[in-house]
Design a protein around this ligand. Structure first.
Ligand SMILES: NC(=O)c1ccc[n+]([C@@H]2O[C@H](COP(=O)([O-])OP(=O)(O)OC[C@H]3O[C@@H](n4cnc5c(N)ncnc54)[C@H](OP(=O)(O)O)[C@@H]3O)[C@@H](O)[C@H]2O)c1
Length: 287
């Protein structure tokens, strides 16, 4: 039986350190093009420029209108901007398509891609790899990326699915988006359901915040104070689940004293169809 000696551990640690540094070195000089400077494209450009993996000078953003590009330049003058998509991608190793889904085909068809060496990633919701294959080619390395709007706060839950990618390329993309929150690599067949939970789901959480604030205001709390109280409570609840890795029932049990006020409120939620409404909303987002 193999006995791990301290020298084994030492060489393993050196190996891991070496691979991590090799990957970081590779990232450092990687050039990224982002097509579309809207909510998603703009947030990815800003987030990436604040991260440690890609140099701002290696990021080029293209957009037809100049206003959004000016805003990106004001954020970080080192980021390159252009109104010409082809110019943006010529030198790129990674191309991120961040236009509305109905423009994706047209944008791809307007580009001369070097699919043998460029990675193509798309944030467009609802377009399967099968369609990209038809537009880009069967052998291309393609990623589907679904961040949520918290990416602007570097707190996104980002979903990644890969097609024809190596483990190294998957690690590369995951590391880039891990710097803007948490990235999770999933199978393409889970993409629809996972998008409902995260990209649409963030709006349902906001809806809860809005409703709780409304209650707070009726009970005499100023909207601004109510917003702070509820938002911090939601953040705290999320931290409990993420840190303790516990089930929500376990955390709920801790605040529901038998005969107490919280269980009365929880039962009211259930009488009002809360769980059922959330399940229906998530499933409706899948359609
Ligand atoms: N928002 C979300 O929560 C979310 C989450 C996950 C994924 N997504 C996906 O992200 C993508 C972008 O959504 P968004 O919310 O960022 O939309 P958006 O704010 O409307 O941004 C799209 C940008 O694309 C630009 N554009 C249009 N045609 C173009 C072209 N031919 N070449 C280059 N740029 C072009 C638009 O420029 P002009 O406005 O100047 O015309 C606009 O700045 C969508 O496919 C969506 O499915 C969004």
């Amino acid at each position: 039986m193999c006995q791990w000696s301290s020298s084994c551990y030492c060489s393993m640690a050196i190996g891991t350190f070496f691979i991590k540094n090799m990957l970081e070195l590779k990232f450092k000089y990687m050039k990224v093009a982002i097509i579309g400077a809207g909510n998603m494209g703009g947030a990815i450009a800003r987030g990436m420029a604040q991260g440690s993996l890609i140099r701002p000078v290696d990021i080029t953003v293209s957009n037809p209108s100049e206003g959004k590009l000016r805003a990106i330049k004001e954020f970080n003058p080192q980021i390159k901007t252009t109104c010409n998509n082809q110019e943006a991608i010529n030198e790129a190793d990674l191309i991120i398509l961040a236009v509305k889904p109905w423009f994706i085909k047209e944008v791809i068809e307007g580009l001369t891609l070097q699919t043998e060496k460029q990675i193509i990633a798309s944030v467009a919701a609802g377009i399967p790899f099968a369609e990209y294959e038809q537009w880009i080619g069967e052998k291309a390395t393609i990623f589907r990326i679904i961040p949520n709007t918290a990416i602007s706060q570097m707190q996104s839950m980002t979903l990644l699915a890969s097609h024809n990618a190596s483990k190294e390329q998957e690690a590369l993309l995951a590391n880039i988006f891990n710097e803007m929150g948490v990235a999770m690599l999933i199978d393409e067949k889970q993409m629809g359901a996972a998008t409902a939970l995260t990209s649409c789901g963030i709006a349902y959480v906001l809806k809860y915040i809005q409703a709780a604030m409304q209650a707070g205001v009726e009970m005499g709390i100023y909207p601004k104070d109510a917003a702070r109280m509820v938002a911090q409570s939601v953040k705290g609840a999320a931290e409990l689940i993420l840190t303790n890795e516990s089930h929500p029932s376990v955390e709920i049990d801790k605040v529901t004293t038998p005969g107490g006020l919280t269980i009365k409120g929880i039962n009211e939620l259930e009488h009002g169809g809360f769980t059922s409404a959330i399940i229906n909303a998530m499933k409706a987002s899948l359609k």
